[in-house]
Design a protein around this ligand. Sequence first.
Ligand SMILES: [Zn+2]
Length: 336
Amino acid sequence: MDWSLLGCGRYGHITFAPAEPELRVRLHAQLADGEAWRCLRCGAFVPGKPDLSGPARSAPVVPRGREIRSKFILRLFALERFLRALIFAVAAVALWRYRYSRSSVERAFDRGLPIVRGLFRQLGFNIDHSKLVGLLQHALTLSNGSLTLLAAGAAGYAVLEVVEGTGLWLARRWGEYFAMIATSLGLPLEIYDLTRKVTLAALALLAVNVALVLYLLITKRLFGARGGKKAYAARLHSESVLGAARLAVDGTEEPATARGQVAPPATCGQAAAARDQAAATGDQTAATRDQAAATGDQAAATGGQAPATGDQAPRSAAESRSPDPAARVRGVKRGY
Ligand SMILES: [Zn+2]
């Protein structure tokens, strides 16, 4: 699945005109009926004026490909967190209210239990030994102090899950750290719980939490894992359209004499590997998928000459743009 294209379909293309001439020529194409600029997300050339312009370092960081998929996965985890928060918030309110209407709840329970018991007996079940009924009966005997403590605990956990969910939903670095630490702290308790009794629900919850911790640690490189924040930022940069253009420029600007001579092999290899990666992640998507990108690349490679057949595909790209350029720019500034 092409997550960059999905992102552009949702939020519209986002084009940027860098002030640096050597980068500008790689992001710009002159068409027969006007100019086109390369989308920072999907890499396609989009006809019309650029949405943004300025020095390359002022360009917005636009999530692409794997990064968009990662945001989607984090949002699934966030939804699970919000669901937990809702369940615990309801439990907290129920416990709190029970303190004040204890007698009526007890009456309702005593009235309702025989009916429910009879109903289940008809179906062949005996709920007298059910864990849930035992738990409810136990709750009815709790003192007001214990109820207050339980309600406060449930409310606190609900707040924790809301913060965790919000951080994951926004895909902020603090949120990822918060979610990872909070989830890790709960793991020993969950494992201890499983040593006492193995249930499907407990196993599923533990699996979700372990998956989240590992996912954050590995893909977001938290706590210095796999090179930490620096390596994460470097990967984002190398996968960006501007980063790929910069790497390509640096590659072509490298003096011919230096390349073939005694440059340290590691540097040469790294530069070549970085260029290859940039070409694979940055250029390939656009060049293979979109004719507009292909003709645009050609234009950039030949110094911005007008491609003869380049106006058909860009027009279809233009149709997929969201009507409001300001909204697109706002969306990108929010991290989409
Ligand atoms: Zn796009």
